[in-house]
Design a protein around this ligand. Sequence first.
Ligand code: NAP
Length: 330
Amino acid sequence: MSTSAKMMRAFLVRQFGGIDQMKLERVPVPTVGDKQVLIKVYSSGVNPVDTYVRSGQYKVLPDLPYIPGKDAAGVVHSVGASVTKFKRGDRVFSSQTNRMGTLAEYACVDEPNVFPLARSLSFYEGAAIGIPYFTAYRALIHKALAKGGERVLIHGASGAVGIAATQIAKKLGLYVVGTAGSKEGIELVLRTGADEVVNHRDPKYIDKLSVGEKFDIILEMLSNVNLGHDLNLMNSGARTIVIGCRGPVNIHPRDLMTTEGSIIGCALYAASHDEIQETGSALVRGIREGWVRPAIDMVYGFELAREAHSAVVQTRGSKGKHVIEVQKEP
Ligand code: NAP
């Protein structure tokens, strides 16, 4: 079905740069392709990667102009002729690993990147699943090969990926030690199910972690600050997964010799079709069972999308996920 004559509100980036390069414009509603789903977007998730792309600093950049936003939740407006899993009116969430376009009233998403959203979650929560949960699952299951009973340090547990990782790790039966940078963040991570939480703004927290039992897995959200310390917190054969990094870091490679530990990179955009489908199925099951439940830090009105882009990379004292309400449910 073609809807190209209809217009919609969307943020457009015509030139890479600061937040002022995001302009609210009226553009045609995209035409749904053969294997695509056109989602009426109620909520769009904001991820740090959206800001790296917008500023032109990401490895893979879209052609200009483009609409920012990879994650969304809403209802199916129309489907392409070859789509089999969805129909008009279905509640869905989506995560596009290699494309953008959810900061708009309608977004076209390839069918394999669309998943059913149970009524137990709001559209805000649906928009908070995509990149954070797919990344946390990839880090724990596909990269760290986590097993029940192992000890994991989630270094940056109060953010969107950290909350997702805490829920997945607890479901797997791991012992979770998380870090957060504020009282509210610590309380949230404990409520989310972590066994222990320490404050990464306490100057002595690494010393405190060093005297306790070490870790089989470390999920690292800020490698440029922490990687050198992480190597001394690893058990024999441990895996440190680099999820977030905002600059270079010095490490002492000899620290890896004593444990025969590994440092492993994690990039969601490198996930295969099968890995995305496996992850999506596990998360949909998790929503149904109730253990996938995103924490929402802040909801922004559509016109405040620029503020959301600033906040997602500047916030101290994270409490989960930043989402944008694109339009209200009728
Ligand atoms: P977020 O919601 O902004 O969370 C950032 C987290 O880092 C918060 O828990 C924050 O805690 C914590 N943090 C701040 N200073 C820290 C420190 N010194 N040591 C440890 N943690 C610290 O961001 P997100 O969406 O969870 O993403 C986290 C990182 O992963 C970002 O760098 C993002 O770009 C990256 N990422 C990578 C992939 C991938 O495919 N590799 C995918 C998604 C995200 P407080 O605010 O409480 O201090």
